[in-house]
Each structure stands twice: as structure tokens, then as C-alpha cells.
Design a protein around this ligand. Structure first.
Ligand code: PRT
Ligand code: ZN
Length: 287
């Protein structure tokens, strides 16, 4: 009998596909994803991979055709199927926003009262307006939402935005954020024990890749006279590693720093006299 495998659904081709594939590869999982391939098996991990349209992923997972999947939170929130969100993945970031023609003198959400709004996200939008006590006319369209106002089909739109340039080139301005979204790992309810075990191993790897991406490994030479001050700038995982250098009066310091503090810390290190600062990216960080 074949060993049990966890079945994962990924977007076949689109904004999430490259990063979904890259995430699994960074987790040390090798598989081939040639054009036109709908299904493949990982060579070195008990994973079977399905390549699907993103909109179909919640249904496949909810129905148990796949055990887990990677999809945007926007799709999960709109779809409302019974799936569990296991982990945010930090890519595919965007927001679902309301936008109006740029000459619309917008003041508050009440300005949407009685307006026609084009969107591909009617469920999320209906709930948003109900919560804000605003009555609108929602028109569901499946694509090119941003042109609806200019062809007289709607007064406003609710669509996904990342850079904002699509809205801008269509003469629209973003006025309210309805939902913030990123890619998430979802799972079907009632996974059996074996599937849970494999998912646990996969999640451990995903979390290691995520924390590695947030951190940098830093090496530098510090004058001993300033060593205490330099060490104080570098918390490390426990504390930095300090080793004497062959040149007397100098030590080598190794540590890990978070990307959010990165430039400020490097600036302060230089000001304290650190030299030969090397910054390396980290592949995995096991915690
Ligand atoms: O073929 P399939 O159905 O699988 O793909 P799709 O065309 O439905 O989805 P795709 O690949 O466009 O998007 C997949 C997921 O990426 C979405 O569900 C979001 O979670 C996420 N994502 C992130 C985005 C964007 N950013 C995004 N900017 N999805 C769509 N857009 C579109 C948006 O609809 C608008 O048309 O990009 C345009 C706006 O971009 P800016 O940069 O001009 O603001
Ligand atoms: Zn889609």
C-alpha cells in the first residue's frame, strides 16, 4: 500500500503561484510544476500537489478533495466555506477597498447610501455595509470592476488594490479599506491523525522559513573598548557570540537581528566603531 500523503491545493497560475511554489521549495520540498500540469507528487515529502484556479481552492479543501491549500484571505472571506485558517504566509498582500470617481467629494461611508457599487466580493461588501448601517445597491461582476463607473454601470467600486495604479489610471480614488488580505494556509475540518502529523511537519518548516525571512545574520569586528556597548545593541537569540580576533584589542561579534530594526541597528553599530560588518540572509531558523 502507498504511504499516506497530505494533499495540497495551490494556485496554478496567477499572483500567488510563484510564491506558493517557492515557499514549498524553501521548505526543502522538491516537485516539478511544469506548464499544464494539474497534479504532481513531491519527491522527498509525503505531499501530493494539485494546481487549481484560486477561486476553486476553498471548495476543494472544504469537500476534502484536498486536505490543505494556499489562497488569499479575500477568497476565504468571500467564499464562506467551512475551512480552517492555519497560518498567515506573508505574501500576496493586498486590500479590498471602496473607490469612487476622483471628483466625488467623499466625506464618510454614509456617502455610499443609495449608491450602486460594482464588485466581485458581494458577500464581504454586503456584510460591511450592514455593519455600518448603510443601504447600497451591490452589483456583482466577475472582472474589470474598475471600468464600471466610467461606463455608467456603477457609482463606485469595491476591488482588490495593491499599488493603487489600476484605480488611478481609471480615474478612481480609494476611500475605505474593507478588508486587508494576504495568502494563508487553510485546512479542511476533521483531518485524520496521519494528515495532522504531516501538516505539523510542514508547518514547522513553513514557520522556520518565515522567521528566517524576518531575520538577518550579522558579523562584525568590534574594538574591545566599545564591546559592551556594541553587544548591548545586539540581542541575538540568547545573546551575541563574541570571540577574540587575532589582532589584539578587537573581537568578532555574531548575532541575529530583526529586519524591522535592521538599518537603525547597523547605523548605531557603525557609530560605536564596529568595522567589517557583514550581513547574511538566513535560510532556515529553527526555534
Ligand atoms: O486564474 P485564477 O482564478 O487562479 O486567478 P485570479 O485572476 O482570480 O487571481 P490573481 O492571480 O489575480 O490573484 C490571486 C490572489 O492574489 C488574490 O485573490 C489576492 O489574494 C492576491 N492579490 C494581491 C491580488 C492583488 N494583490 C491585486 N492587485 N489580486 C488581484 N489584484 C488585482 C486587482 O483585482 C486589480 O485588478 O490587481 C489590480 C490592482 O492592482 P494595483 O497594483 O494596480 O493596485
Ligand atoms: Zn480567481
Amino acid at each position: 500500500m502507498n504511504a499516506p500523503k497530505l494533499k495540497i491545493a495551490l494556485q496554478k497560475s496567477g499572483r500567488l503561484s510563484d510564491e506558493s511554489n517557492a515557499l514549498l521549495k524553501k521548505c526543502g520540498i522538491s516537485f516539478s510544476n511544469g506548464l499544464g500540469k494539474l497534479r504532481t507528487e513531491a519527491a522527498n515529502f509525503p505531499l501530493e500537489i494539485y494546481f487549481l484556479r484560486d477561486d476553486d481552492i476553498p471548495e476543494y479543501v472544504a469537500d476534502g478533495v484536498a486536505d490543505i491549500g494556499i489562497v488569499g484571505e479575500n477568497v476565504i472571506c468571500e467564499d464562506r466555506r467551512a475551512v480552517e485558517t492555519i497560518e498567515k504566509l506573508g505574501f500576496g498582500r493586498c486590500r479590498l477597498s471602496l473607490a469612487v470617481p476622483k471628483n466625488f467629494e467623499y466625506e464618510s461611508i454614509k456617502d455610499f447610501e443609495g449608491k450602486r457599487i460594482a464588485t466581485s466580493y458581494p458577500n464581504i461588501l454586503r456584510e460591511y455595509f450592514a455593519k455600518n448601517d448603510v443601504v447600497t445597491e451591490i452589483h456583482t461582476i466577475s472582472g474589470s470592476v474598475e471600468i464600471a463607473p466610467s461606463i455608467g454601470l456603477a457609482d463606485a467600486v469595491c476591488d482588490l488594490v495593491s499599488s493603487g495604479s489600476t484605480l488611478f489610471t481609471n480615474g478612481l480614488k480609494e476611500v475605505e479599506t474593507v478588508l486587508s488580505s494576504e495568502a494563508v494556509l487553510i485546512a479542511r475540518e476533521n483531518l485524520d491523525v496521519t494528515a495532522r502529523e504531516i501538516l505539523g511537519k510542514l508547518l514547522f518548516r513553513i514557520r522556520s522559513v518565515k522567521s528566517a525571512a524576518r531575520n538577518k545574520y550579522i558579523l562584525l569586528n568590534a574594538p574591545d573598548a566599545k564591546l559592551d556597548e556594541i553587544v548591548a545593541l545586539l540581542p541575538g537569540i540568547k545573546s551575541p557570540t563574541v570571540m577574540p580576533l587575532a589582532a589584539s584589542g578587537w573581537s568578532s561579534v555574531h548575532s541575529v537581528i530583526n529586519e524591522n530594526d535592521f538599518w537603525e541597528v547597523v547605523e548605531s553599530l557603525k557609530n560605536k566603531g564596529a568595522e567589517g560588518i557583514l550581513v547574511l540572509s538566513i535560510d532556515q531558523m529553527i526555534q
